[in-house]
Design a protein around this ligand. Sequence first.
Ligand code: AMP
Length: 225
Amino acid sequence: MSSELNLILLGPPGAGKGTQAERLTDDFNLPYISTGEILRAAARDQTELGTLAKSYMDRGELVPDAVITAVILEALNSADARDGFLLDGFPRTLPQADALALGLEASERRLTAVILIEVPDEEVERRLSGRRVSVKTGRVYHVDFDPPKHEGRCDVDGSRLIQRDDDRPETIAKRLAVYHAETEPLADYYEERGLLRRFDGTRAPTEVHDHIRATIATLRLEDEL
Ligand code: AMP
């Protein structure tokens, strides 16, 4: 039986999915597919996809299922993702989850696990409203919890830190509402399929990482038996 790891990271915005993804892709040598990053890069490059996506993203709304599904299924079929992947930000709706299931089935693959990182709304609001990102390095800071050495500048190369357009307070509230309405039902969906693993995202990042890594290592062992 194949021991490829096909993983999904699920959780509200600001749960720390990006932070964990960075560590897990190192641990398990997995390609990282972040829909948010793909869409933001497309928006920066002003491609047709990017321009369309930006109008939804800036309002805190979801990009239409058909649009994002086509992008992700293509990424999953690329040579890079053939032997496993870590998916962050997709699926975000039940139709997306169904489309993913069909897409994987068509190439005789299956999900290994869905990692749900849980964080209450108040904590999400605190984290996102203070979040700052380097436009150049992508490194993420928090004005109170993880400030840069020099205000407004990235520690790595001194590049300017900005607030993501969708991290403004009114957009955060909208994103949370969308998460509860559209994405949270996926927890039940994957629970019913025996794939869901829950993690407490209010813990320190290192602790969350240790828990997730241990769980994945166990899943992989079970798969190899
Ligand atoms: P993220 O960085 O994952 O929080 O994504 C930022 C924004 O990109 C979201 O608020 C959506 O507007 C859009 N987006 C990302 N992933 C998806 C998806 N799977 N379905 C629809 N919209 C998405």
